[in-house]
Structures are given as C-alpha cells and as structure tokens.
Design a protein around this ligand. Sequence first.
Ligand SMILES: Nc1ncnc2c1ncn2[C@@H]1O[C@H](COP(=O)(O)OP(=O)(O)OP(=O)(O)O)[C@@H](O)[C@H]1O
Length: 435
Amino acid sequence: MMNNDEEISLLSAEIELLKDELNKKCALLKKKQKQSLTKLDINRYSRQIILPEIGVEGQKKLKTASVLIIGVGGLGCPSSMYLASAGVGTIGLVDYDEVELSNLHRQLLHAQCNVGMRKVESGKLSLNRMNEDVNIVVHDVQLDGHNSLDIFKQYDVIIDASDNLVTRYIINDTCVKAGKPLVSGSAIHCDGQLTVYNYKGSVCFRCLHPKPQSPETVGNCASAGVLGPVPGVIGVLQAMETIKIIVDHQNVLKNSLLLYDGRDCEFKKIKLTNVKRNGCICTKNPDDITITMDYEEFCGSKANDKFKTLNLLKENERITVLDLNELVSKKNPFLMIDVRRKVEYDMCHLPFSINIQLSDLKSKETRSKLIEKINSFSNMTPYLITICRRGNDSQRAVDELKKYTEIKDNVKCIKDVIGGLYEWSMQVDKNFPIY
Ligand SMILES: Nc1ncnc2c1ncn2[C@@H]1O[C@H](COP(=O)(O)OP(=O)(O)OP(=O)(O)O)[C@@H](O)[C@H]1O
C-alpha cells in the first residue's frame, strides 16, 4: 500500500511525463504548420506559387527560410520589403544607426515620423505592417569580426546592404567561414552593382579584391550622392537573387557582375572568374579562417561611414563657430571662402562667404582673383577664413593657401572653422540646413 505522499509524488511524475509528451507533440505540430501552407498562405502568395520557378515546394522553402540583411538603408529597405512580402519566414536586420531625414528619399521602409528611431526598429515596424506573419529579428549592433559569426549562423542567406569596405570584408569572411551564400549589392550616384559570392563553389569577394581599395577612392552616399531609385533597383534585385537561392533556382548570379547605369538605363553583365584565387581564404578549411583581424587597419578606413575628423592644422590655425560669430557681430574684416563644390554652395551657404572649391585653389588664375578680393579691403588687413561642411576640406584649404606668400603676407592670418557649417547649424543658427 502507498501512503498519500507517495501517491502524490507518483502522480506528479506522471504529469511531468505527460507534459513533456504534449510539448513534443505541440512542437511537431508547429513545425509541420511552418512547413505546410495555410489557406491564408495560398491566398496571399497564389500569384507567385503558380509560377514554375516557385510552386508549392518553393513557397514552403520561402516560409522556412531565414535571411540576414546587413544595413537597413538604401539597399536593405527594398530588399527586405520584397522578401517580407514574398513570405520569407525569418528576416534578420542588422544596423547600428538611426533614421535621418536625409535617408527618406531612398529608404522607403522608414517614415518621416520615425526620424530619430533606431533603423532596425523602424524597419521591423514597417515590415510587420506589410506582413505580420514574418518573424523580424533585430540586431541593433555594429557588425564586426567578433559578433558576426554568432549572428550569421542563425541564417540561411546573407545580404550585404552596407555602405563601407570594412563591413564588406567582415561580411565576406564570415560568410566564407560559416558557409553562407552572400548576395552583394552597391549603389552610388546613378550606378549600381550586384553579384552573389560564395554560392555553390563560386568565388568570394576576397578572390576579386585581395587588397582593399585606397580609402580616398571609395565614396559614400553622404559625400558623393545617390539617386533614390538606384539602390531601389539593386535592392530589389538582391531580393530576387535571394529568392532564387532559397528555391534552388539554376541561374543565380554567381561568377558574374551585373552593372546598372541609371543615366542611360543600361544593364551590363560581365563575367567574373569562376576560379578561386590561389591562397584565398575561401580555399581554406573554415576552422582555419580567422575573422577577428583588425579590419579597420586592413582597410585604412572605418566600419561606418560616419564622419571622420581630420587633424591637419595646429590649434591656433583654427577658430570655433562661436569665434566666427563674434567676428561677424563685431564687424571685423574677414574674407570667408567656402571650399565645397558649387552644387553644395548653391544648396546653402553663409551670406558673407564666397565659393572657391578646394581643388581650384591650386589654379593661379583663381588665386589672382582671390588676391584682388583681399586687396579690396583697402587699408584694412582681413582675416582669411575657410569653411566647408564638417571641417576637413577647410583644413586642407588652409594647408594649401599657406603655401602662397602673396596670400599669406596680405592677410592677418589664415584659419579654418572647426566643424564647419554643421557646427554653425548646431551652435549658432538652428535654421541653417544640415545635410
Ligand atoms: N558594420 C555595420 N554594422 C551595422 N550596420 C552597418 C554597418 N555598416 C553599415 N551599416 C548600415 O548600412 C546602412 C547603409 O545604408 P546607406 O548606404 O543607404 O547609408 P546611410 O548611412 O543610411 O545614409 P548616408 O550615407 O546618406 O548618411 C546604414 O544604415 C548603416 O548604418
């Protein structure tokens, strides 16, 4: 005979066993449900399911697939929108930044009311508004060689929608180590590029670019500009190649590079080598690949395209925006040269500045005109002050102007404005446009 306590503990053990069994059944049912299409799925995705390229099996593959997108910017917005709408089960978003007003002309996931919000959160909100069945996972981090592998392991396909060389190498190396296909895109001005690396034996980014380009030759949207539809086109094509990878389509864009020229509406496909570069990391055993190198040192640039400050001049060769404001209010004689490009000067400038582009300072003719301006101050010797958007080119301009005695000897001093027009708009005139 069992006493009451023994009977209770036996029953409890039985309950635990039953619970375990029920949980297992539940998980199995959920998995089956994930792998099968519901009535709503069929309704929602019918227009693509009927395509021979997709079919029921393809749609099931999309439903169980997971895609990681690095960068929720110009490329990441369109690619994630099309993937979420196509019914990709899980989409991971990586971005360390927040939504800015200057993003909105091309980053259509982000609404005006979300300026200032974390990009991954704004992205998740919009994507789930489009399709609430998609599981959006946010990674609010700056991707680096220390966190990338753990994140990449959770996904089937990786999309590079970033905007800098350092991140491109980190993404490539992690894809190679983790054995993940990489859908790579880029867009600047009116030009875009697209290719798929590390897919079914294809080459990797390092096979083609064993050494990084010099930082000066790599532009970004903030400094070089971009027309919104260009990353739109490339981002949508990234989504297309990703879908093709997931459904195992034959003609994925590997070993070829697609070039898009928006000016002439021209697409060109150029063949890349299909032979991996001798000694490239993609020819090594994944266990022997290290991804914790100093990528920023390797590339000579930063893992984000946020502003880098140059320290070219001595402290006494620079003034603050507050000093400048004082010069203006005290009506001290000064000549201010705005050294940005004409198009930027036309966008906005200080009323008391003249525009001479940095590269033009080398021209003798330009300098003669400048000397004329300096001499027009009659018997007052003016300060010569340079300014630009953020205070780097203005330092380069001072450095250049110092070389010419005919200028140096006719002014009180040559100085630049620390932080440029950005600081002016932050500290002096809140109505001055920031861009
Ligand atoms: N290492 C990284 N980790 C996380 N996010 C990154 C990394 N590198 C780049 N990104 C993100 O990739 C996105 C690239 O988007 P895009 O090229 O449109 O530039 P942007 O920074 O949004 O805009 P702009 O250059 O005009 O200021 C950005 O949101 C940026 O924050």
